[in-house]
Design a protein around this ligand. Structure first.
Ligand SMILES: [Zn+2]
Length: 149
């Protein structure tokens, strides 16, 4: 069991969580709470709410990159790895998440994209370089808690 301090790139919260030897994460402590998450301050769901938003953003931007044909495929690297122990599996999963994050960051940089959350914490993604057809594909994949502009 170890404790990690996390500053997400989706808001100004700072949260500490525990990660156990099987990779399970649990909330430990609120270090700082942004205005949007004030009602979660110090509560167990602070971590899960912020994590969901962060993963939703990463997933949406990674899917956008996929649809727009950004040439970066961390999965190819991962698929060449072999893992047999629980520890290796954790590394594998973290790499997968990291790959998604790298893809999302690359997309934002190369395509001059931006994202924000509205007052209801709906993710608003702006992609000036995507075609209307690509945006429709992305919107259909992401669902109601994301809006593609
Ligand atoms: Zn926050």
């Amino acid at each position: 069991m170890r404790t990690t301090r996390w500053s997400p790139d989706t808001c100004d919260c700072v949260i500490e969580y525990n990660i156990d030897e099987t990779g399970n994460t649990t909330f430990k402590n609120t270090v700082k709470t942004c205005p949007a998450h004030s009602k979660h301050h110090g509560k167990t769901d602070h971590f899960s709410v912020v994590l969901e938003e962060n993963q939703r953003k990463n997933k949406t931007l990674a899917e956008a990159a996929e649809i727009a044909g950004v040439n970066l495929n961390p999965d190819e690297v991962i698929s060449s790895m072999s893992f047999g122990t629980e520890e290796e599996k954790i590394v594998y999963e973290q790499t997968l998440k990291e790959g998604m994050k790298v893809k999302a960051q690359k997309f934002v940089k190369e395509f001059n994209s931006s994202y924000q959350f509205d007052k209801d914490r709906k993710l608003i993604v702006n992609h000036p370089s995507m075609t209307a057809a690509q945006k429709t594909v992305l919107q259909n994949k992401t669902g109601n808690n994301v809006r593609i502009d």
